[in-house]
Design a protein around this ligand. Structure first.
Ligand SMILES: [Zn+2]
Length: 244
């Protein structure tokens, strides 16, 4: 039986999707206080952005900002996050990226700080596919445009990056894809940390990884929708505000 999307999640406007993504990822470890930003490209080449200085479980659809491709605010009551040059540079270099997520989740940032990308040890760690690289870019302030360009350039065509001494960058062709990859990346690092603590084990076989890699994160219907429903149950007021 084919799943109906409407049966899984009520129709959402893009601002509501961004709010739900931030809330869902906060509960997956993307919760370093005021750190973190999400950009969501729209069909008119503007971007929806989370507002600074509001927490990821604090802002509503009405708080979401609109910015242009240079990172300049077009509308909204709050400020564009300081670290937005990294997203601006990435979207300039990678027109296929619709959603990009940056934050400092504990386990992924631990491996970023250690300077290595752990292998996926299980299926959950590889969901959403995509490639992960280490980017050693943290040489100056987060709002430095040249450093942002260097980091985005060093990421190449990778779908995700561990940013040494900093955090992560996750990309996707949709909110659904970015969510699944962001969840899987932190799980990958968390599970690897535990495997290494126990000792032994071996990475997920390449053919199993390849099956996960076939997915761009957007084709696994149900994962994002389930976690979004959980956020709506946790806070039924979460969707209040602008729908467009
Ligand atoms: Zn950061």
């Amino acid at each position: 039986m084919k799943l109906s999307l409407d049966a899984l999640l009520p129709p959402l406007g893009p601002r509501q999707e961004l709010v739900l993504l931030a809330r869902a990822l906060l509960h997956e470890g993307y919760n370093d206080h005021l750190a973190g930003h999400i950009t969501y490209k729209q069909s008119d080449e503007t971007f929806l952005v989370n507002p600074w200085p509001l927490l990821w479980d604090e802002f509503s659809p009405d708080d979401v900002l609109v910015m242009n491709k240079l990172g300049e605010k077009i509308s909204g009551h709050w400020q564009v996050p300081l670290g937005i040059p990294l997203h601006v540079a990435l979207h300039q270099l990678r027109p296929e990226v619709v959603v990009s997520v940056h934050n400092h989740p504990l386990y992924a940032t631990t491996y970023a700080n250690a300077g290595r990308v752990p292998p996926p040890y299980d299926q959950s760690s590889a969901l959403g596919g995509g490639t992960v690289v280490l980017v050693d870019e943290y040489t100056t302030a987060v709002d430095d445009v040249d450093a942002a360009r260097a980091a985005a350039s060093a990421m190449g065509s990778a779908d995700m990056a561990l940013l040494a001494n900093h955090g992560v960058m996750v990309t996707g062709v949709s909110i659904r894809a970015a969510h699944q990859r962001a969840v899987a990346l932190e799980q990958r690092c968390k599970h690897a940390w535990h495997v290494e603590a126990v000792g032994g084990g071996h990475p997920l076989p390449k053919d199993a990884q390849a099956r996960s890699l076939l997915s761009d994160g957007d084709k696994f219907i149900g994962f994002w929708e389930a976690m979004a429903r959980r956020e709506i149950r946790r806070d039924p007021s979460i969707l209040a505000g602008a729908v467009r």
